[in-house]
Ligand binder design. Sequence first.
Ligand code: SF4
Length: 345
Amino acid sequence: MTRQIFVGGVPMGGGAPVTIQSMTNTRTDDVAATVAQIRRLAAAGCQIVRVAVPDLAAAKAVGAIKEQIDIPLVVDIHFDYKLALECVAAGCDKVRINPGNIGGEDRVRQVADACRQKGIPIRIGVNGGSLEKPILAKYGGVTPEALVESAFGHIRLLEKFGFTDICVSLKSSSVPVTMAAYRLMSKKSDYPLHLGVTETGTPRMGILKSAVGIGGLLALGIGDTMRVSLSADPVEEVYAARDILKAAGVRKDGPELVACPTCGRTRIDLIGLANEVEERLKSVDKPITVAVMGCAVNGPGEASAADVGIAGGVGEGLLFRKGEIVKKVPQEALVDELFALIEEL
Ligand code: SF4
């Protein structure tokens, strides 16, 4: 088991529930746009949010953003320790910075001391795309061992100044390399692990890569927090993260949709219905199973095992509630009737 740290009030590691993170893609110095996006992310289920801090204007916006949001705020900083100090003073809840890249031990000490004083953890974010040259040369490229060695280099710098309020990520764009790196790290260290596969691309492959990589690790019991990286509206990252947690069997809250694949027996627009139900379930957080089945062969059986369900007929469907037929409903009213039933649960 990993040790536990706190990001704002949110526990990470030590058996705490795996948290969902995302990152804004607004300009951080545009406070209104960033706050609006963070609120959308939080409403979708994001529990910790990260903003890029590339310059002083962004760092100066952190305080104002923090005042207007309800979830912990992480600042993402590359190289510039002064930006980290600025953000810590402004009240951020976590700093993502790699201490080996900030230009000397005195700077590492200053960042470590500032964070310690405020109880702010640091995430060491190792990324396959920016591994140190000597490590790349030693391992002949981005390997799991190379990622882990890089992480330990940064960790030792912080530990040298007595700082252990740390979590670690080891991202690469290769799913097998990422998975092997986290597995290796989890054997060698008990710092909480932030899971992610990086640069996964647009949603179709991105979600698949993240599901295999992050979901596979979660199913092995590895990982304390996660971010799905997609070239998309970040709200999509949060939805994908929720689905991965559910598919990996890690999170049992929220609804689960069971839908049949359709076949030659289907006489109702099952795919349309399933998509509509899935969309509308995004705003439901009850831990229920909802079945959307195409016909009377398997439909009633599956639908009756669910809390609520639909089994299709010819242009109409049966509505089930905990194994009991509630009524027959014309196709156009099925989804509304289903959600009326979900409301009652
Ligand atoms: S539930 Fe019915 S329609 Fe759906 S795949 Fe099974 S047999 Fe086909």
